[in-house]
Ligand binder design. Structure first.
Ligand code: NAP
Ligand code: GDD
Length: 327
């Protein structure tokens, strides 16, 4: 039985990856943060009682800012595969908290890599790199596109990207950078734009709210479906050698188009319900991200299946179900 360690197991991707790995027969160990309220909602359906003899999902307290804990965790779990997903992952928030973002998203990666090196285990390492690293470089973006980050988050992810590459080159670690373009789902955090809009469309259609306040509607993103992307992460770690791969749909959608997809799905006129709030603008914006995932298709046999309009419908339907409407 293979053993995996997932940081960020309570996040969107962590929850889908846990489902995938448990389904493949892995023993899965997840790192969770101590919180005064439960933060395990996304993995509640996977929870296993620690008293069960056959337990294959084990949760451990830990934090990316706590190096010694990362060492003891790696030593205790001795995973065959490490999926490093934990991060302060919100771009807008990273402008308010650049130091914290650098400490967790950037240095947290160095702490984890160093823990692996110090303990000396033979493991495969996945780094959750991001299309946000491309920033101002125009699309299409692939593994050979130069980086130009436009946020403290993007800069912190770029540091993590180079640290993973350096541990591959300097220490021979099987380290992979998954450069993932935006991927969404009904489990997406409520303040990311796709979920915020899908949620608002459903609630407005049900008369629970009147307006949604948004920032830049002209930004272009390449939105795919998160469960397909975690399959790509796993495939990267099954390859013959550590390498870097882009995962994306290759399609371009503006925030305005996403708004239209969501509101049309509930037969509502978005122009009556969307209002502008400059508080949602970023000091520096990433105008357009459109990925070229041909390397992942060629070498891993991975290809995105769900396209943005269908994804918007999946997410709105989930929100409708949440407010008691089935379709
Ligand atoms: P997410 O939903 O925001 O989840 C982030 C996870 O990190 C949560 O489990 C969170 O724990 C944990 N975390 C945050 N700070 C931590 C700390 N100091 N110590 C330990 N754990 C900490 O993110 P996601 O959408 O699943 O994305 C997964 C990873 O891929 C992230 O690194 C993200 O930056 C990257 N990425 C995401 C996308 C995307 O479109 N989704 C694209 C490219 C790259 P709590 O639940 O306690 O907050
Ligand atoms: N969040 C948010 N809220 N974004 C808004 C809003 C709003 O009210 N109005 C417009 N936007 C625009 C943002 O300016 C941005 O151009 C776009 O919508 C997408 O914003 P987010 O959904 O917050 O995602 P992101 O692209 O900044 O970052 C996500 O994708 C990255 C990969 O490219 C995050 O998941 C990152 O962690 C990830 O690395």
């Amino acid at each position: 039985m293979k053993r995996a360690l997932i940081t960020g197991i309570t996040g969107q991707d962590g929850s889908y990856l846990t489902e995938l790995l448990l389904g493949k027969g892995y023993e899965v160990h997840g790192v969770i943060r101590r919180s005064s309220t439960f933060n395990t909602g996304r993995i509640e359906h996977l929870y296993q009682d620690p008293h069960e003899p056959e337990q294959r999902l084990v949760l451990h307290y830990g934090d990316l800012t706590d190096s010694s804990r990362l060492v003891t965790l790696i030593e205790k779990v001795r995973p065959d595969e490490v999926y490093h997903l934990a991060a302060q992952s919100h771009v807008r928030v990273s402008f308010d908290e650049p130091e914290f973002t650098g400490n967790t998203t950037g240095l947290g990666t160095a702490r984890l890599l160093e823990a692996i090196r110090m303990v000396g285990i033979d493991t495969r390492y996945y780094q959750a790199s991001s299309s946000e690293m491309f920033g101002a470089t125009p699309p299409p973006q692939s593994e050979v596109t130069p980086f130009y980050p436009r946020s403290p988050y993007g800069a912190a992810k770029l540091y993590g990207y180079w640290m993973a590459r350096n541990y591959r080159e300097a220490h021979g670690l099987f380290a992979v950078n998954g450069i993932l373009f935006n991927h969404e789902s009904p489990r997406r955090g409520e303040t990311f734009v796709t979920r915020k809009i899908a949620r608002a469309a459903a609630r407005i259609a049900q008369g629970k709210e009147d307006f949604v306040y948004l920032g830049n509607l002209d930004a272009v993103r390449d939105w795919g479906f998160a469960p397909e992307y975690v399959e790509g992460m796993w495939r990267m770690l099954q390859a013959d050698a550590g390498d870097d791969y882009v995962l994306a749909t290759g399609t371009a959608t503006t925030v305005r188009e996403w708004v239209r997809y969501c509101f049309e799905h509930v037969n509502a006129d978005w122009e009556k319900h969307v209002r502008f709030d400059e508080g949602y603008l970023r000091p520096t914006e990433v105008d357009a991200l459109i990925g070229d995932a041909s390397k992942a298709e060629r070498e891993l046999g991975w290809k995105a299946q769900t396209m943005p309009e269908q994804l918007a419908h999946i997410m709105v339907d989930a929100e409708l179900q949440d407010v008691g409407v089935s379709r």
